[in-house]
Design a protein around this ligand. Structure first.
Ligand SMILES: Nc1ncnc2c1ncn2[C@@H]1O[C@H](COP(=O)(O)OP(=O)(O)OP(=O)(O)O)[C@@H](O)[C@H]1O
Ligand SMILES: [Mg+2]
Length: 322
């Protein structure tokens, strides 16, 4: 490690320990006030891509809990660290530091520990771009069957593939087709079926509708809503658009520059945003009346490292970085 990287790392470690007590409070406060218990908790997640002066510090001390049965919206501009957070949660990336707890158990460095298979089934991810995330050389059936195959759980697999296709509103006949033969909306349904076949409890939805035509976005949102009710699912719903997630979320977490800057009940975060960045996100939202858009004072937002700041609970369950 270069000395610059070393001092950056030790500064990050100091910042992490400085905010440790506040964040521990956050996590416990989240549990105490929750209607459902916490199904998943992340504590002090930091993540850097690359090393030295070229390193990107994608996450800086992120802590929050996802409650059983809720939809937690995770919003923020491009590059704020949303996908990195989601990928760490499902185990696709190992965090540089910090932990992921699933039902209270540390699953951060799961390899072949007993019980890890259950976690791998219970927590699934749906990706933003259904075209890039489906292997073009595999049939739809093989794509959906891949998870169970890896888990060596192949009993009645064909019937389960058909059931998963049916659950997302696709004909079982599509099992023999290839991704390029499907529309964008159908491909995203395949991405959802691939997660569902494992009977998950928590799904990380990484911008599941952003790549779709506006005309079919609502259909996929409605499908996700139906599936959630039918199967008792919990969602971490990632989006860059606060307007979209506010309708589907129970709570909203706002990220900026690798930090969690605000977390609270969805309607409250939207109607009474407390962090300047959340206000900036809302003022950037398009409004139907162009005159109203013109009269609004767009919130000028300057970059801020947020170093030394901590999450504070400003009203019950509403946390703001300051
Ligand atoms: N594999 C990678 N290698 C290097 N840097 C990466 C990698 N993935 C993400 N980053 C960087 O980490 C930061 C956070 O990226 P991330 O993809 O988590 O953001 P995001 O909030 O999901 O953005 P978007 O809305 O564009 O999807 C960005 O600066 C990004 O460039
Ligand atoms: Mg992303």
């Amino acid at each position: 490690m270069t000395s610059a990287a070393h001092s950056a790392a030790s500064a990050a470690a100091q910042a992490a320990s400085a905010s440790a007590s506040a964040t521990a409070q956050t996590v416990s406060a989240t549990s105490e006030t929750s209607a459902g218990s916490d199904i998943l908790t992340v504590t002090h997640l930091t993540h850097s891509f690359g090393r030295g002066h070229k390193a990107t510090h994608a996450l800086k001390d992120i802590s929050f809990a996802v409650r059983q049965g809720e939809t937690l919206g995770l919003v923020g501009e491009s590059g704020s660290g949303k996908s990195t957070t989601g990928r760490i949660i499902v185990g696709l990336y190992q965090p540089t530091s910090g932990q992921v707890l699933y039902q209270g158990r540390n699953v951060t460095q799961l390899t072949r520990k007993p019980g890890s298979n259950q976690f791998r089934r219970d927590v699934q991810m749906v990706f933003q771009d259904p075209h890039a995330s489906l292997d073009s050389r595999m049939t739809i059936g093989a794509i959906i069957a891949e998870g169970p195959r890896i888990a060596r759980d192949t009993t009645a697999l064909q019937a389960r593939v058909h059931e998963a296709l049916d659950a997302v509103g696709l004909s079982p006949a599509l099992a023999n087709r290839y991704p390029h033969e499907l529309s964008g909306g159908q491909r995203q349904r395949v991405g959802i079926a691939r997660a569902l076949i494992l009977k998950p409890r928590l799904i990380v939805l990484d911008e599941p509708i952003s790549a779709l035509d506006v005309s079919i976005q609502a259909q996929v949102v409605n499908l996700l809503d139906d599936l959630k009710k039918q199967m008792g699912l919990t969602y971490l719903f990632i989006a860059h658009d606060l307007a979209m997630v506010r309708h589907v979320s129970d709570r909203i977490a706002v990220m900026h520059q690798g930090r969690l800057v605000e977390l609270g009940p969805a309607q409250e975060v939207y109607s009474q945003p407390r962090h300047p960045y959340t206000r900036a996100l809302i003022s950037a939202m398009p409004v139907p009346d162009p005159c109203a858009q013109f009269q609004r004072d767009p919130f000028a937002f300057e970059d801020n490292s947020y170093d030394g700041q901590q999450l504070a609970e400003t009203s019950p369950g509403h946390w703001v970085l300051r």
